[in-house]
Design a protein around this ligand. Structure first.
Ligand SMILES: [Zn+2]
Ligand SMILES: [Zn+2]
Length: 145
């Protein structure tokens, strides 16, 4: 697979295109990813802001505090509730796309496990991948893992 990648919410009201390869992609075991996925972890990827193009619809948003203490603006579909991406207030040049909303997320590589301290006890993490207890400085890993 090569960019662009298409994705959208569950009801089809919102469609988007990712126009570059991810800077990094990872599993996030933070409590908010557990809550927003209603599951064990999130599969997230980061891209430059200009590489996320909303093709159809307008996401609703709410501001929340991340486990790191930073604020994030979570963007979701107000019709079906699917969480699509977030904007970290500390890094507005980045979009964190929730990769499960891609039409085909199968190509997304797992480069890191983050917030490993709050991972559910039965989650198996690949020992060959860096495991970080909380929030890393992603700049330390982009292009290096
Ligand atoms: Zn929807
Ligand atoms: Zn998370």
């Amino acid at each position: 697979m090569m960019a662009p990648y298409s994705g959208g919410c569950g009801c089809g009201a919102i469609r988007y295109t990712v126009t570059s390869e991810p800077l990094i992609s990872y599993l996030c075991h933070c409590t908010e990813c557990q809550r927003r996925t209603s599951s064990a972890f999130g599969l997230n990827l980061q891209i430059p802001t200009e590489n996320l193009v909303i093709e159809q619809g307008t996401p609703a948003s709410r501001t929340r505090s991340a486990d790191s203490g930073n604020e994030l603006v979570l963007n979701f579909c107000s019709d079906c509730g699917t969480s699509l991406f977030s904007v970290p207030s500390a890094r507005p040049q980045i979009r964190v796309v929730y990769a499960g909303t891609l039409d085909d997320p199968s190509w997304v590589p797992v480069k890191l496990n983050i917030w490993a301290d709050s991972a559910l006890p039965w989650v198996h993490m690949d020992p060959s991948i860096d495991k970080i207890s909380g929030q890393p400085n992603m700049a330390d890993y982009i292009g290096k893992v």
